[in-house]
Design a protein. Structure first.
Length: 170
């Protein structure tokens, strides 16, 4: 069993099974809240180009050549990358795969010159919220109240000293 990272695009055929499964998960978790079909709208909200260098990146974690987890980031502002779609295949959860993806994306964001990260997760994704809190992210919401009150749960994290920056243009 060999795991490896692949920087690619959301349009890569290897990414499609994970993207389809994540879309279905959004529909399952939020369908009665957002409305039918809104998981598809959410997944199509951002064009693939936003997740391409120099401002973003899209990552797959492959196991023996098959995508088992992934995630991405895009530009939020001049110094901040926004993490998106960190996800693990449903049959492979609780193995630390999302943490590995998150750590790799954090390192890549720093290599691309970002000094902080921002992300949001939904109130029906307690596993994700727990991952971000355990990974050093600061909750930008009141964690003592029912998360549904907030709807979207934002987090922020400062990165260490970045590697030499790749020059980004607006």
């Amino acid at each position: 069993m060999t795991d490896s990272f692949l920087y690619t695009s959301p349009l890569d055929p290897q990414a499609q099974p994970l993207i389809q499964a994540l879309t279905q998960e959004y529909e399952t978790r939020y369908g009665d809240y957002w409305g039918a079909g809104d998981g598809i709208k959410e997944m199509n909200r951002y064009p693939a180009e936003l997740f391409a260098p120099p401002d973003g990146n899209f990552l797959l974690l492959l196991r023996d050549g098959v995508a088992i987890a992934g995630g991405a980031f895009k530009r939020y502002d001049d110094t901040t990358a926004e993490m998106k779609r960190v996800w693990t295949h449903v049959d492979l959860r609780r193995q630390g795969l999302a943490r590995r993806v998150l750590q790799e994306l954090e390192a890549q964001a720093a290599r691309q010159g970002y000094t902080q990260l921002y992300l949001t997760t939904g109130f029906r994704q307690p596993e994700a919220a727990g991952l971000y809190l355990r990974s050093g992210y600061t909750a930008l919401f009141d964690t003592a109240v029912d998360p549904e009150i907030h709807g979207t749960l934002p987090f922020r994290k400062a990165l260490g000293v970045p590697a030499p920056a790749v020059r980004r243009t607006a």
